[in-house]
Design a protein around this ligand. Structure first.
Ligand code: AGP
Length: 372
């Protein structure tokens, strides 16, 4: 087993380190030399896709956070409304879907029963169904009208890591493809975004090369009982995912919040030395977004929180309010989740290891949930 783990202590850690390849392989062969998307494998005609008026993303757990990230990008690029819903909530509320709705399910395993049942239901209602999946020939892609595989390779650890980054990559390819088909994006824009996506694997590697910085923090926090995670915009689902990882494998109470919600309640949780991760958007993006998050850091810091910041390289403005800063390389705002998630995965993995837990087989959890 140790050989299968490639010298790492756990499959989870190995899979975190597989992420440059997971993203690169998911991008591979899906655009031509002119920067045009070539998703011919989709089994759904360009005409059908062009007529879509609404997208509904269905998924559970980490895959649903992947969908939440995708919403920002697809709406921005294609101007199609995107709803993201947990599969098990979808079916029971008489959802409004029709033949112009594209239901995109996201599932690493392709066997999650809640998601399968939701896809079946959507199909019965006449929606077009597209599966984003990491497992060749599994049930959800087989039952869907179309499939776009993620190429993360087999994911063994119960806690999903590389599948998540591959899912974001695949949904971004889908968004760009829709933007291309519908004429929402110019070819130059698509080419630029593809070029930025192409640089992501090396940037993830840069983070992995500095893993020790975040691991050291994790070890120092092994007796922590509760951690909060804040983010805005695409940083919000990243915060949710960071919290989920910590709950799943380190059995620590963790909660992710939209940073703007702080003053509507969660700020009451802040007390002396409370660890709070804050995912800070690029200062080069929408100006107000960055400054709002920086003021959220100040707000929690003023109430005694231990502020742990994930920010973009070169962002000096966060330093004076942060107990700890981990910098991720520069990238366009919408692509930041592909980088900012990585230190949070490393943090959870190392903290659980430091607690002596079995990182790959957390209690009460199964890798794929095949019951409703
Ligand atoms: C992630 O770390 C989880 N173990 C879990 O939330 C998972 O993402 C969820 O069960 C969905 O699984 P799927 O992607 O295989 O459908």
């Amino acid at each position: 087993a140790s050989a299968e783990k490639g010298g790492f202590d756990s499959f989870m850690e190995k899979e975190i380190f597989d992420q440059p390849a997971a993203v690169a392989d998911t991008l591979l062969g899906r655009s031509d030399a002119f920067g045009r998307l070539t998703l011919d494998e989709l089994r759904i005609t360009p005409e059908e896709l062009a007529s879509v008026t609404k997208i509904v993303v269905l998924a559970c757990g980490t895959s649903a956070y992947g969908g939440s990230v995708a919403k920002y990008a697809i709406e921005n690029w294609c101007r199609i409304p995107v709803e993201v819903e947990l599969s098990h909530e979808f079916r029971y509320r008489d959802p409004i879907v029709d033949s112009n709705t594209l239901v995109v399910s996201i599932s690493q395993s392709g066997e999650t029963m809640d998601t399968l049942m939701a896809v079946r239901y959507a199909k019965e209602q006449g929606a077009k169904t597209l599966s984003i999946c990491n497992t060749n020939g599994s049930t959800i892609p087989r039952e869907s009208d179309a499939v776009l595989y993620t190429h993360a390779g087999p994911e063994i650890a119960v806690a999903s890591t590389k599948a998540f980054l591959a899912q974001i990559t695949a949904t971004y390819l889908l968004g760009l493809y829709l933007g291309q088909l519908r004429g929402n994006l110019f070819s130059g824009q698509i080419k630029d975004i593809l070029a930025d996506l192409g640089k992501i694997p090396a940037k993830i590697q840069d983070i992995l090369d500095r893993a020790e910085d975040i691991k050291e923090l994790a070890r120092s926090m092994k007796d922590t009982e509760s951690v909060l995670f804040l983010g805005r915009h695409v940083g919000y689902p990243v915060a949710m995912e960071g919290a989920l990882k910590l709950k799943e494998i380190a059995y620590i109470h963790a909660e992710g919040f939209a940073a703007g919600e702080l003053k509507h309640g969660p700020i009451a949780l802040i007390e002396q030395d409370k660890p709070v991760f804050v995912v800070v958007p690029s200062p080069r993006g929408r100006d107000s977004l960055h400054s709002k998050v920086v003021s959220n850091i100040q707000e929690v810091r003023a109430r005694g929180a231990k502020t742990l910041v994930i920010a973009e390289e070169g962002d000096e403005s966060v330093r004076e309010f942060a107990e700890f800063v981990f910098y991720v390389p520069e990238t366009p705002v919408l692509l930041m989740p592909l980088l900012a998630t990585v230190p949070l995965q490393l943090f959870a993995c190392e903290l659980a290891t430091a607690k002596g837990l079995d990182v790959d087989q957390p209690r009460n959890l199964a890798k794929s949930v095949t019951v409703e």
